[in-house]
Design a protein around this ligand. Structure first.
Ligand SMILES: [Zn+2]
Length: 369
C-alpha cells in the first residue's frame, strides 16, 4: 500500500465519522475510509480516461494494445455473471477495465499493480491487469494466465457478494465469499482454473498461516504470504462448495453470517462447520488463532520518533460497540470485530486507556474489550 490507511470492514458504517467506506475488494485490497466530499468514483475515473471500449453485456475498457485480451476477459466475465444471475436471481451491470500499468496508475486509488480489484460500490467495476507475472511469490511453472482467469471470476464474485449482502464478519470471509462464488462457477465450467490456481504458489513455508492473521493485518502479511492465504482460501472453498447448489449455499451463508455481525475466527469456523462438517480439521493451521504476537501498549510519547516505512498491527474489538482511538493525531472509531491498522513506523495510536501503541516494524495485534 502506498497510502497510510485504516482498513475497515466495509460492512461497518461509521456515520458519526462521516466516513464513506469504499469496498475495493479484490485479490484483493479491502475497504478504505474516505472523507467527504467524495472524489469521483472508480467508474467515473475510468470513463474520464477516454480509453477505447467495447459495449456489451459487460462494458469493457482497455489500454492500447490490449483489445484482444479485453474482449476475452469481457466474454469470460459476462458468462460468469450470467450464470451467477441465473443461479441467484439477481442482475448487475458490470464494467471491466483491462489496463497496463501506466493507465492503472492514471486511474488512481487502485491497489498496487497487478493486484486485481473490484469496486461494488463505485459503479461495479472490475480492474484487471494485463498480466499477473509480476505479482510476487508466483510459481512460474503454473499458467499465470489461467490464474488471472480465476481471479476474474473471484472479482466478479465480489460484485455479487455485495448485492447478496454477503459482506462477511471479517476480511477473510469477505475474500472467502468471492472465492466461493468463483469456485462454484469453476467447478461447473472451468475446473482446470481451480487446479492451476491451487498449483500456482511456491512451496515456501509462510510466516502467517492463520486466516485470523489476514483478518488482523490483511495485506500487511506481505504480497507473497497474502497470495498463499488467498490460494488456501480457494482450497477451503472447494471443500465447502463441492456438491452444493450455489443458491442453497448462499442462503445458508446469509443465515450463518448476517450482515454487520462481528465474529472471531473461532466463531466463523464454528458456523462453517455446520455448513460443511469436518472443514475445520481440513483447514488445519488456517483455522488456528492468530500467529501474531500480542502488543502491550505503553506510555504515549510526546515527540514520537517516526521512521521510513509502514507499520502494521491488528485490532480485535471484542465488544459490541465502537471504541474511540486517536491514530497519529486523528480521532477514529474502531468498530466491533477486526481492524487492520497501517501507519508510519514509530507513530502513536492512542487507546481509551490513555496508553499508546507505537506502530511497529514487526506486526502484532491487540485484543480490546
Ligand atoms: Zn478479493
Amino acid at each position: 500500500m502506498v497510502k497510510m490507511v485504516r482498513i475497515i470492514l466495509d460492512s461497518w458504517r461509521i456515520a458519526a465519522l462521516m466516513i464513506v467506506l469504499l469496498c475495493t475488494s479484490s485479490w484483493c485490497a479491502s475497504g478504505r475510509p474516505q472523507v467527504s466530499p467524495a472524489p469521483p468514483d472508480a467508474l467515473s475515473r475510468l470513463v474520464a480516461l477516454h480509453l477505447a471500449h467495447q459495449e456489451g453485456k459487460v462494458n469493457a475498457y482497455y489500454s492500447n494494445g490490449l483489445k484482444a485480451l479485453a474482449l476475452r476477459d469481457q466474454a469470460k466475465i459476462a458468462a460468469c455473471a450470467t450464470w451467477y444471475s441465473q443461479q441467484l436471481h439477481i442482475s448487475l451491470p458490470v464494467t471491466l477495465a483491462v489496463l497496463n500499468k501506466g493507465d492503472w496508475d492514471r486511474i488512481g486509488r487502485l491497489a498496487d499493480y497487478p493486484m486485481a480489484e473490484a469496486f461494488p460500490e463505485e459503479g461495479n467495476v472490475i480492474f484487471m491487469p494485463e498480466s499477473f507475472a509480476s505479482f510476487p511469490g508466483q510459481n512460474t511453472h503454473a499458467d499465470l494466465g489461467k490464474k488471472l482467469d480465476f481471479i476474474a471470476l473471484h472479482e466478479t464474485g465480489h460484485l455479487y457478494q455485495r448485492a447478496l449482502n454477503l459482506q462477511g464478519p471479517d476480511l477473510f470471509m469477505q475474500e472467502f465469499f468471492a472465492t466461493m462464488m468463483a469456485t462454484a462457477y469453476a467447478l461447473e465450467f472451468r475446473p482446470e482454473l481451480l487446479s492451476n490456481t491451487l498449483n500456482s504458489r511456491t512451496g515456501t513455508k509462510q510466516r502467517y498461516t492463520s486466516f485470523e492473521d489476514m483478518d488482523l493485518i490483511y495485506d500487511g502479511v506481505g504480497f507473497d504470504n497474502y497470495d498463499w492465504l488467498q490460494v488456501e482460501t480457494v482450497r477451503l472453498a472447494v471443500i465447502i462448495v463441492k456438491g452444493q447448489h450455489l443458491d442453497e449455499l448462499v442462503k445458508r451463508m446469509q443465515a450463518a453470517f448476517p450482515e454487520g455481525h462481528a465474529m472471531s475466527n473461532a466463531e466463523v469456523f464454528h458456523n462453517l462447520e455446520a455448513i460443511r462438517p469436518g472443514v475445520t480439521a481440513q483447514a488445519g493451521e488456517l483455522a488456528q488463532p492468530t500467529t501474531l504476537p500480542p502488543i502491550v501498549p505503553g506510555e504515549c510519547l510526546s515527540a514520537p520518533g517516526t521512521e521510513e516505512g509502514i507499520g502494521h498491527f491488528g485490532v480485535r474489538n471484542a465488544s459490541d460497540h465502537g471504541i474511540s482511538v486517536v491514530d497519529d493525531g486523528v480521532p477514529a472509531v474502531l468498530p466491533p470485530g477486526y481492524t487492520a491498522e497501517q501507519g508510519k513506523i514509530g507513530s502513536q495510536f492512542k487507546l481509551p486507556s490513555g496508553k499508546c501503541i507505537t506502530y511497529p516494524k514487526t506486526p502484532g495485534y491487540i485484543l480490546l474489550n
